[in-house]
Every structure is written in C-alpha cells, then in structure tokens.
Unconditional design. Structure first.
Lengths: 1000, 91
C-alpha cells in the first residue's frame, strides 16, 4: 500500500489489486478506485498540460466537472477515446491511459514556452495576430493553429463496439441518486408510481454516503449510516428501477430525456465479451424530479492552477470514500463552512491540516469543532501566491483589507503538498434550464436558483439552492409530496442535527500584492482563461456575457465551464458595475457531459444505416451479374456486364439489342398508387395538367403533375382500370412524396371529393419488354391473347393470366420502341421475369438496367423529372405545351403558368444538343455559353443528359438553354477545363419523330 | 421532441409527424380571376412568427391524416389541436 492510502473504506476493496498503465508507467490501485483516485494514491497529481499555456495541471475534482484530468484511454486505433475524465473512469485491470496536450511528455512539454510568452498571447490573440499578411494564412498560420489545436486523438478505425437505444415511459423520473433523489424516489415508488432513478456514479448516495461527521446527523445516526439504510429499502421497491452509471445527457421539452448508461466501460478488457458497451435511454416521463446536486466552486487567486490544488469536497471524498489522502501536509482555503468538514476528516485521520478563511470569523458548530481539534485557522486571510512547478509546495498568505479589495500586513509562507479550495456551491441548474426553465439570482450566496413555473418538473435538494441538511430533507419531502399529489412519506418526522453556516463572504477575484496584470488567476482551467482576459474583453468593448464567453473562450472547453462560469459572471458584473442577477447566464446546452457517437447512432450503422428496398426479381439480377444503382432506397440494376465489360460497352450493347430485337427492364420500383372513388376522374383532372374525363376504360395516358408554382413535380402513366378505378404510376424517387401531396389536397382542399388513395408500389412487380420482337414474346407468354394493333393498341391495357395468376398488361413505352409492361403480384415477380426471359430466348432478349433505359428515352427526347428538370422548369419550358390543357378551368399550378415570371421568353428551355464532333460526349452538368469574347462570360444554360447513342451512332445531349426554343440550328460552346466543345442546338427528339417504332 | 395528440390516434412522438406550415390558407376557388399579386399572396406569403402560430400537421408515419395545431413557437407549447375543417379556437 502506498503512503497516501491512509484509510480503509467499504467502497474500495483493498484486497483486490488492479494494475493499470498511465503515461507508459505501470501502477497499482484497487477495485472500486477511479483512475483519478488510483493516481492520487500513487502520489501522481500532474496529469496534463493546459490547453494554451501548457502549464502543468493536476486532478482537481472527483466528478464530471473535472477540467484538468482529461485523458486518452486505450491505445488501439479502433477503441481509443480522447477527452475522458480520469475522475469518472472506474479502474479496471489493463487500463491504459495517457495525458493529452503535451509533447514530448507531461513532465517536459515543449509547449510550456507559451507560459513564458503569455503576456504576448492574451484573449483574442488569434483574432488579432493571424490577420496579416494575408498570404500567410493558408501556408503558415492555418497549419500551425491546426497542429496545436484540439486535445486528444480520434480513433482512426471504425468503432467495433455495440451500442443500444432503449425507449421507456414512466410516471416519475428522478435525476440524481444523492440524498434528495433518494427521498424523492422512495416517496414516488411507495405511492405506486412507476419510477426510474438514474445516477451517474456506480453507487447511490451522493456525498452523503461518505458523511461521517458528528455535526451532521439524521435520526441520531451519522448521515452515511442513515442513507445506507434508505438505499437498502429502496432496492426492495417493485415500482422503482434504479440505473447507476447512467448520466443524463439532455432534457428536451415535454419531458423527453436522453440518458447514457455505461454498461461495460468499467469491466476488465477480458470480461467485456463483445456485449453492449453503452445504452442510450430515451425516456418520456410524466413528471421529472431534478436532484442533480451542486458543484463546489473554486477560488480565483494568483497561480491557483498548480497540481495539488483541488476542490475541498473532492479532497474529502478521496479521503473518506477512496481512503486516499491527496496530501500529507494539507492546507484548506475557503470562504465557507463546508471546507471545515474536510479539515475535520483530515484531523480525525491524524493528518496535518491548516485552514485559511477569507471570512473575518465564524462561530458555527463545525468551525468550533475544528478549533477544538486544534486546527489552526487564519481568519480574514487570502492566498496571494503559490509555489511549486510540477506540484504545489507552499503558499503565501496575507490579511485582507476591510472591504476585501486589497491585501494588508506581512506575507506569511506556509508549506503544503495539497491545497484544498472551496468558494461555496453552485446549484447544478443545467437540467432545469435545458428543459426551458428560467433562473433567479439569490444575492445572499450569489447563486442562480431555478424559478419553477413549469408544471411537469421540480428541482429538489442542493440543485434547488438548499444547502443545509435539514432544509434538504424537509423541503424535498414537502415539495415532492405536493408535486406528485401524494400523502404517504417516510420522511415526516425526521430529526436532523446539522451545523448551520452563519457567516458568508464572497470575493470573486482575490487580491494579491502582485499587480493584477502580472497575476495568473485562472477562471477556466481547461481553456486557460484568466481574470485578466475577462477584464481585457470588457475594456475592448464586449458587454454581453455571450460575447465575452466567445472572445475569451471561457466556458467553451469540454467541461463547458462547470467550474468557471460563475466566477466569469461575477468578475464581469463587478468590473462593469452591474448587478450580477441582471447579466443572466450563458445558455446551458445538451449534452451535460460528452456523448460518444456510438451511443447516439446506436444500431443504425453498417447495413442498418438505412432501409434497403429490393424488388422481387433482385436475386435474378445478382445471379446475372448486375451492377446496382441506388435510387432512393431502392437497389436498381444499373447495367449487366458480360465478362469484363465496362459500363460504356455494356450500355451500348444493351441499347442496341433493345432496339434491334428485344430488351427487358425491371420496372417494379416505379411508384404505383391505386385510385378509387366516384370522383377519381375529377381528381385526376385537378392534379394533372391534361384532361382525364374522356379517357376510356382500358386506356392509358401520360400525365404531368405540377407544383402550385407551375413547376414540374412528377410524371407517369395512369391507367383507367374501371369506371371509378385508376392505377397511377410515379417516378421511383417521387412515389412517397406524390402520395402525401395528393393526400394533402384531398384532405385539406377538396374534402368533398370521393376519392381513396392506396400505395401499391410494393404489391406489384413489373417486367417491361421492349423492341421489335416484343409482340412475339408477349404472344408466347399469353398464347390466348390477340396482340394485334386493332385489339391491343398503343396506350391501352388488358388483363391476362399466366398459369392462373392474374396480371395486367399495359402497352406503353418509355423507350420509343414497341413495348409492353406486365404487372403481377410481387410474390410471382421472379417467376414472371424468368418466364419472359425464357420466352425471349430465341430473340436474344437482353436484360437492361437504368443506364440503358436513360439512354433509350434520351434518344426519343423523353424527360426524366429530376434529371432534366430541377424544380424551376414549367411544361412550357420543357416544350411540352401539348400536355397543358387549355380547356380545363383549373388544375394544380395552372394559374402560375402565366405569372409574369413564368411567361418570360428568356427562361431556360429544354433543347437537344449535337456535338460538331459526333464522337465527343458532353459532360452532364457542363455549362453552355454563346459568346466567349465578352467578359465575364455569360452562362446561358447547362447539359442535363448526355450519351453516345449506338442506334444513331453519334453523341446526343439534352440541355436547358436560355431562350433555347428559338435557337434551333444555332452554334453554342460548352467550355471544359482543357478545351471548348462546339455544339449545335437541335430538336430534343433524336430518333423516330414519327413514332413509327412505337406503333410497329 | 414534443408529444402530439393526434386527433385520430392519440399521443405520439413528434418524430411521427411532419409540419406543413401555416394553417388556414385556403386555395382560391377561382385562381384564373386573380391578379399576379393576389396569386403570389396565396402562393408565397407565409407568416413565421415567434409566438402563437396556427399550423398544419400531418401524422405522416401514422394515420397519414392532416390536422391543425395551435403552437407557441417560442416554447413549443401546444395550445390546441383540431381536425381539418373544424373552426380554430378563439384565444
């Protein structure tokens, strides 16, 4: 055992030794230790360097507020984790941790030179210095800043751990398992409310669990004994779920809260077994009781950041909970009574301790107790300087002037190896304010306390500003009973004995004999901002607390200013001569402590990242070597290479086959909406630009759908299946949006229409067969059917049967070829497909993918919504005037088609482009210009679709060009990086303008 | 993440819903008789106020029904929810 392990406690098992590695050296601690307590037990205080000045820093606290002891955990490239607080890491066998922000080592750090040049790098230094010369920014300043910025190292490989999400509902959620949280939980659960208690530490009890002081007794027992009894009873309650190692991350509106449960981080590496590492709880609570406690404040004085300077109550926890004395020669520096408990604990264990108190005198019970134990107290005194580089070795103290603004008398030097400081307590109001709650300022002890107006949550205990044991117990009991509207409570007649604080004195910035400009009085330890920086910001004209925060970076480190914000506010108020309460606070934002990305994404990683939709024919595509393309969530065959064919060659082959003989496309992904109702025709009249009333049963029609602003939104063929029954197809990507848009109009604008919409996209699979031989193939599949043009003309539909299975056959074409689409229930999709392939064998039927489909339709000048349109194209811009009904009184978007902007003649319009060199293929997205001489060169349009057509044996492109309608035959230029490509505007239909093939 | 009491399904998490912007903007019955300015007023002009606002919401990942909601955008407090076609509540 080391000389600092002075005390045996039940929380640390001193029979179970645990070895760990810190900064390359092996140490031993015990089961129950944290990394911080184990380091302290080994006499290690120096654990890091500060961010800006690289000053040596030591462990300061015992919890989530820790600003200094942030470590890199684990060395593996996939598991390493930066910025972990040593105070929160439970020690496990094999733990490897290292300091951050220092090079080459924490003991000798080159960056330490910043400390000596610190007079030249005050707040705002970066903004002022790296401005000039401008040319230095990219090559010198930025790389330099990037090198010195940041704290730890990110992992470089994917996280192999498992993370879970869990949704829960409860009547009452209690945040914090200290004394007030325990009281609240017991009342809630005993009154039959479904209750969840969460606590971020591994055990319940807060700071009461190690309170063994004569001056704080409950029912005549030490408060630690009493709380242990309460915890034992809690564990027996059926209605109560207790979650330890679970920290609240965020408190959103309507009592929706996120909490992170640590499941395996405390286990030895060999016992983790690949189980879940962390679980994110998504909690919806009817009522929330916040019992998060309070954080001890540091004191701000010259050189208050040396290793060995720690928060007083943390020093007490290390002593009474972990059995570790942070020093052998201790000095306590305080402005309040709570630090006397630490002094008494030291004394009772026979350790040396002295107290420096800025107050003039106090006669409270605990103070008298300390005096009686023979502890020396320096009243009305302050520390003016501290000494010791890698660890504190002495302090210099002086008396305070009457008003506390200056020091008087002689300097007195006291040796110490640990300085415990206490500047009072700050209620943890983070959760209250995150939920939308406001704060009131309490002048008496300079605290912001919750102002409760919300009906659904309350704050109890010290987070509500109750700091005396008696108040905590009684107020919590009463408040919780009222809040939950219950009467049963075990806490009605508790006898509480506690020393009460009688005297208070607060000085935000303690004076020194050294001039203020030369003092290093740290406010934010992690971001290295000092009192001097805050005052500089005010002198430079910053007034808002939010601006001062950002200029000085106070409160912007990974600890989010848990220890620093109050002092920053206090010093601003004092310097600016305003009341602290009027300044307000900076905004408390979630998460309270950093969350891992793993816990945020949970299981939504890898193949679960997004839904993948496959058609029923997918397996066949894989077996036939298809390359796939993502279209929305769908996997669509892109092309089917034979042997080592590339995209270009495969598409040329597929395209040629489709026009020369027969091709087959899986068109199952197109959106399909079943429309029924007596007003179905009228509905289509209103949503499409063309007329639908006269469409005969068994006929198909192409429709264009606009937004109310007149821009093309979607297109597709709709088939009339019966008098009041239509089947609408939409683009693959637009299916869901079209349905919700149509529902919107039906429900909100035209509720009088009798129309019902059902998405049937997944219900049917579609095989689309095109090419001059398609009719012969269809005849083989449906031998009883007459496919002659008279009985089955283009744009019509008939029912058919394959082996007793009903299907719908539509004669429609997106390629310009004679073409049929067969729809069948999805479960028969693959057999239908195989049947088509079999029937088409003699015609060398060629499966083709989306790329060939795009090429074939481009030859024919058919648009693709979303490729040739971009939400700024009207049907007139697309030269599709023929589809806009002149007779219909109204349809969605009609009025917008003759707004002053939509009738402009110089709008971008769809045209064809032919390259002067027929082998030159334009790039999609390339800009188009007409005049290269006038600078800046005006861009008059861009290429939307471009292919090499094997059927026309030349390059073809679709483009949108300003006033393009009038440009047929005109020469334009497509400027590329290395050359200018000459093009000629053409008709957008390149092949078979007379529609001979479709009607073949 | 607030709770929304869908008038058809009951209380559900906000993630099931999508907001459709300002409520009670009626599509003109005779658009062709409107001037460009009048049509633009209907087409583009929407309030986006800090405070109590009347909104359209859709239970998109649920019953797919549209309904109206009175919400205070400054604190997400929902003052009223009512079906399409029903009269908005008077403060």
């Amino acid at each position: 055992m080391t000389k600092f392990r002075v005390n045996k406690t039940k929380h640390v098992d001193q029979t179970k030794s645990v070895s760990f590695n810190f900064d390359g050296k092996t140490y031993y601690g015990f089961e129950g230790d944290t990394l911080a307590s184990a380091l302290l037990a080994n006499g290690v205080h120096l654990v890091g360097r500060s961010f800006k000045y690289h000053r040596p820093r030591g462990i300061m606290s015992c919890g989530s507020e820790e600003p200094n002891a942030i470590c890199q955990i684990n060395e593996d490239a996939d598991l390493t984790e930066p910025n972990v607080r040593a105070t929160e890491i439970e020690l496990y066998e094999g733990l490897i941790a290292s300091s951050q922000n220092c090079w080459p080592s924490v003991k000798f750090d080159i960056g330490g030179i910043n400390n000596f040049i610190s007079p030249f790098i005050p707040a705002g230094f970066y903004y002022k210095t790296f401005m000039w010369p401008k040319s230095f920014w990219k090559r010198i300043y930025e790389p330099l800043i990037r090198m010195s910025a940041g704290l730890g190292k990110s992992p470089t490989k994917p996280d192999p751990e498992l993370y879970n999400h869990k949704y829960v509902h409860c009547d009452v959620l209690i945040i914090g398992g200290g004394i007030s949280g325990i009281i609240a939980s017991k009342i809630a659960a005993k009154n039959n409310l479904k209750t969840i208690l969460i606590e971020d530490k591994n055990i319940l009890g807060g700071s009461t669990i190690f309170q063994k002081n004569e001056n704080y007794k409950i029912n005549n027992k030490f408060s630690s004994e009493w709380i242990n009894e309460q915890i034992a009873e809690l564990k027996k309650l059926d209605n109560l779920t207790i979650k330890t190692r679970t920290s609240l991350a965020a408190y959103h509106s309507y009592n929706y809260l996120l909490a992170k449960e640590n499941i395996s981080d405390h286990l030895p590496l060999n016992k983790r077994n690949g189980d879940i590492r962390q679980r994110l709880w998504k909690i919806r609570a009817d009522k929330v009781i916040v019992a998060t406690g309070a954080l001890e404040r540091p004191l701000v004085f010259n050189n208050n950041d040396r290793p060995g300077i720690m928060l007083s109550n943390s020093v007490k926890k290390y002593l009474d909970f972990y059995g570790v004395s942070c020093g052998l020669n201790n000095v306590i520096f305080t402005n309040n009574d709570s630090a006397y408990e630490t002094a008494v604990s030291f004394k009772e264990k026979g350790l040396s301790v002295e107290i420096i108190d800025i107050r003039k005198k106090s006669n409270s019970k605990i103070v008298k107790n300390a005096e009686k134990l023979g502890i020396k107290i320096y009243w009305n005194s302050t520390i003016v300087n501290t000494f010791g580089y890698r660890k504190i070795n002495s302090v210099e103290i002086m008396n305070l002037s009457e008003d506390g603004s200056n020091v008087v008398g002689d300097k007195n030097r006291i040796n110490c190896d640990c300085l415990a400081i206490s500047g009072g307590w700050t209620p943890m109001v983070h959760m209250h304010t995150q939920s939308g709650g406001k704060l009131d300022f309490r002048e008496l002890d300079k605290t912001f306390i919750p102002n409760e107006i919300d009906q659904n949550h309350i704050n109890v205990g010290s987070c509500n500003g109750d700091f005396e044991l008696e108040d905590i117990i009684n107020n919590t009991n009463n408040k919780v009973k009222n809040f939950l509207k219950v009467s049963e409570s075990d806490f009605e007649n508790i006898s509480v004995f506690n020393s009460k604080e009688l005297d208070k004195r607060n000085i935000w910035l303690l004076p020194s004999y050294i001039s203020e400009g030369k003092c290093k009085s740290f406010i934010d330890f992690q971001n290295d901002s000092t009192a001097k920086d805050i005052k500089l910001a005010l002198r430079e004209g910053f007034k808002s607390i939010e601006h001062v925060k950002r200029y000085t970076t106070t409160g912007m480190a990974t600890d989010q200013g848990k220890l620093s914000n109050m002092h920053a506010l206090g010093i601003i108020a004092e310097t600016a001569g305003v009341k602290m309460g009027t300044l307000g606070t900076t905004t408390f934002r979630p998460p309270f402590t950093p969350l891992t990305f793993g816990s945020i994404v949970g299981r939504s990683v890898g193949k679960f990242f997004d839904t993948i939709r496959k058609t029923s024919i997918h397996e066949w595509h894989i077996q036939n070597n298809a390359k796939f393309e993502n279209v929305g969530q769908w996997k669509r065959p892109w092309y089917y290479p034979i042997n080592d064919e590339g995209l270009h060659d495969a598409v040329q082959r597929e395209s040629k086959a489709a026009r020369d003989s027969a091709g087959i496309l899986d068109a199952s992904t197109l959106g399909k909406i079943d429309i029924q109702g007596t007003d179905a025709s009228e509905f289509l009249n209103r949503v499409y630009t063309n007329a639908w009333s006269k469409l005969g049963i068994g006929k198909c029609r192409y429709g264009l759908m606009l937004n109310e602003d007149g821009m093309v939104y979607d297109d597709g063929v709709t088939t009339r299946l019966g008098e009041n029954h239509y089947l609408m197809t939409t683009t693959t990507g637009g299916a869901a949006n079209v349905l919700s848009k149509l529902e919107d109009y039906l429900q909100t604008e035209w509720p009088e229409l009798d129309v019902y919409l059902t998405s049937v996209t997944d219900h049917y699979s579609t095989a689309s067969i095109c090419g001059p031989n398609s009719k012969k193939i269809l005849t083989k599949i449906f031998p009883d059917k007459d496919f002659s043009d008279d009985t089955f003309p283009h744009m019509s539909y008939q029912n058919g049967k394959i082996d007793e299975i009903d299907c719908r056959i539509m004669r429609i074409s997106f390629t310009g070829e004679l073409s049929y689409e067969i729809n069948i229930e999805s479960k028969y999709g693959k057999s239908l497909w195989e049947k088509c392939i079999e029937a088409g064998k003699e015609f060398k039927i060629t499966p083709y993918g989306t790329e060939t489909m795009h090429l074939l339709r481009a030859e024919k000048g058919f648009i693709i919504v979303g490729q040739d349109t971009d939400g700024t194209m009207t049907p007139i811009d697309l030269q599709m005037d023929w589809i806009v009904s002149k007779k219909k009184y109204d349809f969605i978007g009609k009025r917008s088609l003759y707004r002053s902007d939509t009738i402009r003649e110089d709008r971008k319009q769809l045209v064809g482009l032919l390259t002067d060199d027929p082998n030159e293929i334009l790039e999609e997205g390339a800009q188009i210009v007409s005049d290269m001489s006038k600078k800046p060169i005006e861009m008059i349009g861009h290429v939307t679709s471009s292919y090499f057509s094997p059927n026309l044996n030349k390059s073809i492109a679709l483009a949108v060009v300003k006033s393009g309608k009038k440009m047929n035959g005109q020469k334009l230029i497509v400027p590329m990086e290395n050359k200018n490509i000459n093009v000629t505007v053409s008709d957008s239909v390149f092949l078979d303008k007379e529609n001979k093939r479709i009607n073949a | 993440m607030f709770l929304i009491n869908c008038p058809y399904c009951g209380e559900r998490d906000q993630s099931e819903f999508s907001c459709g912007g300002e409520a009670h903007i009626v599509r003109p019955k005779q658009p062709t008789e409107l001037s460009d300015d009048q049509w633009a007023e209907y087409l583009f002009m929407r309030k986006n106020i800090k405070g109590v606002q009347f909104e359209r919401w859709n239970h998109a990942h649920g019953c797919r029904k549209w309904f109206n909601m009175v919400r205070d955008t400054s604190n997400d407090k929902i003052h009223a929810i009512y079906k399409m076609g029903e009269k908005p509540p008077v403060e």
